[in-house]
Design a protein. Sequence first.
Length: 454
Amino acid sequence: MKPSLRNHLAVALGSLIGLVAIAQGVSSYQLCRAGMSALLDLRLEQVAQRMRNGLADSIPATPARGSQPVRDIVISVRKSGADIPLRSTEPSLALPGDAAEGFSSGRVGGEQWRIYTLRDQGTLIQIAQRSSVRNELERNTALKTLWPTLVLLPLVLGAVLLIVHVSLRKMNQIGNAVQAIDASHLESLPVVGVPVELLPFVDSINRMISRLRQSIEAERKFIADAAHELRTPLTALRLQADNLQPHIVPGNQERFNELRAGIARSGALITQLLRLARADAPRAAGSVEPVDASGVVVDAVAGVLPLAAARGIDIGADTLISAQIAAPLVDVAAAVKNLVGNAVRYTPDGGTIDLNMRVQNNAVWIEVTDTGPGIPAALLPRVFDRFFRANADIEGTGLGLSIVKAVTQKYGGDAVLRNREDGQSGIVAAVYFPLADQRPDQAVRYGEPSTDRT
Ligand SMILES: Nc1ncnc2c1ncn2[C@@H]1O[C@H](COP(=O)(O)OP(=O)(O)OP(=O)(O)O)[C@@H](O)[C@H]1O
Ligand SMILES: [Mg+2]
């Protein structure tokens, strides 16, 4: 089991409180018994004093046999040296005449007795009480003193657990916030309300986040600058190639075409690198103008329609719903165009591409389903990695889905890719963005699905 500060504190404090409660219970039990015993002794002594002051005459000379209740004390008054008492509440009980002055204990008539003996001018006064009666009285009284401890113990333990829980809640909150930190989410941890003991910890994490943010930003800027700088010489190269075109002899035409294709590939890579750097840039401060999601879908389909038609691909939007997205148009459009572009690129001629929209959990989902070859399950988790390509036969830079991931996550959405599960081969590529107006009554699909394919 992993060490837990909360468990450690709860067990340590719980054990400590338990030990204190046991010590307190044992001591109050013992003290109460001792006090009760002293009280009972005092009573024996007081009765003996009263007998000396002449009250012995009030005891009948021959009380009825067995009239003495078991719980009562026994009084015996006799002349010193005589075996038969003058007065006795229990004549059948022969208390020891040679008992020491004061308190003593002894067995009489098969039972243990506590006896107080007083000798006064030739008279022997003895007051006795059964030890079993005394023990029971002492025990019952002492047990009553344990009740407050027994009632309070679970309450105190519960309060301790609650205090430990509440005290560590802030720590849990910080732990959750630290867990949520990744390259796409580099927010500083809030310091308001953080206990002073945890402030150095939170401060150093915030410093680390700020350093991380700076280095990621520096890397992003470097990529953007490098791509930008490469664009100018590449444009010059392309112009020179164009100028050379009329002078290429037919035997070199094929190699010349390869050279131009290479220049075009490099141009595409530079363009994608610039888009990625833009997608990775932190989101601008301030609110964004909501975007109509269905407009983005229609534009994306329209953009690839000529190419799709040329290849006999049937592309259309089955469901168009009116929903506003809380992200800039350029980013939402980039994400959707990338998915549609992939679908057209990887779907064989004569295939079908369907676009669907839905509103779910305060987010607008846009889904692109194709009839392409799909992606081997083992490679699926890597498709969002930069420069990763699952299909080497078709040209691409391997950056498109990284751009999609970056823009969706920047605005609180995400991108997911899975193979079709309806028995057909193909990919279901989806992006979602938060709804612009997240009122609970809008967290359901609104707008009627269109039956016309766009
Ligand atoms: N709809 C799809 N069908 C089959 N494979 C796909 C599909 N979409 C993406 N892939 C696979 O995922 C890989 C990564 O896609 P991504 O869009 O990131 O890069 P790309 O298409 O190769 O290049 P780029 O989009 O930068 O021009 C692709 O190389 C391809 O193998
Ligand atoms: Mg792509």
